[in-house]
Design a protein around this ligand. Sequence first.
Ligand SMILES: *[C@@H]1O[C@H](CO)[C@@H](O)[C@H](O)[C@H]1NC(C)=O
Length: 259
Amino acid sequence: MRRSLLLLFAGAPLAYAPAALQGKELYEALYATGWGKDTRVSQGAKLLHTIRNMRRQGAAIDSVLDVGCSHGNVVAELWQSGIVASGVDIARGAADLATSLHKPPHGRASCNGEGRPCFQAASATSLPFRDGAFDAIASSDVLEHVDPSDVRAATAEFARVARNFLVLKIANRPEGSTLSGSRAGVGKFQGRTFKDALHQQGYADRLPTQLHTTVKGNEFWHEEFRRVGFALNRTIPDASWACCAYVLHRIEPYRPSRE
Ligand SMILES: *[C@@H]1O[C@H](CO)[C@@H](O)[C@H](O)[C@H]1NC(C)=O
C-alpha cells in the first residue's frame, strides 16, 4: 500500500509539468507578437538567387513551393521571375501576413493554389498539394525547427510534392538568441522581446529553450533525403557561419504515380 502511494507521488510531478511550446502552437504565439513582420529579414535570398541561376542554365523550374514561407517575400520574388509559386507556413499568422502583403500578378493561376489561397497554413509533414505539384520545393531555415520525430514525415512529404528539385537551407547549430535578443513586437507587444511577449500571452512556464529542435549536419540531411530518392546537385555558397545550403535533385526521373 505504502509502496504504491509512493510510486503514485513520484509520478505526479511529471504528469503536471507543462510541456514546452512547440510546433504550430509556438509559431502561432510568435506570429501574434509580430514575428516575421520585419520583411527586410529574408532568409531565402540565396535560394532565390540559386533558382534564378539554375533557370538561366536551362533547368526546368517553372513552379516552386516555399515551405515555411513566413512573410512570403520569396514567393513574391518568384512571381516576379515568372515562376508559379505558393507558400505554406505552420502558422496561420504567417500565411495571413503573407496574403496581406502580396497579391499574385495574374490571380490564382500564378500560384497553383489548386482552388485554395496562394499562402496557406500547413505543416511540412502534411502539404496540401497533390503528388508532384511543383517542379521544386524551396525551404529556408525551416527543417531545423521540425521535431526530430517529424523528420521522416517531412522529408517524405517534400519528395512527394516536388517533382525534381529541393532547394534547401538547414542550420546545423543551435540558436538561442532570437527569443530573448530580438525585439519586433507589434501592438501591445511593442518594444518587448519575443520571450517577454510569450510571457505576456501566458506561456511563462512553457518557454522553449531554443527554436532549433533538430540540429544535424549535412551528412544527416543528405542521408534522410537519399532515402526518399534525392541526391546532392550543388552546394549553395553562403557565409561560413550560415551553414548549410544546397540543391538536391531526384535520382531517378520523376514518374507520376497512377491516380
Ligand atoms: C544539377 O541539375 C542540373 C539541372 O537538371 C543538371 O544539368 C546538372 O547536371 C546537375 N548537376 C549534378 C552535379 O548532378
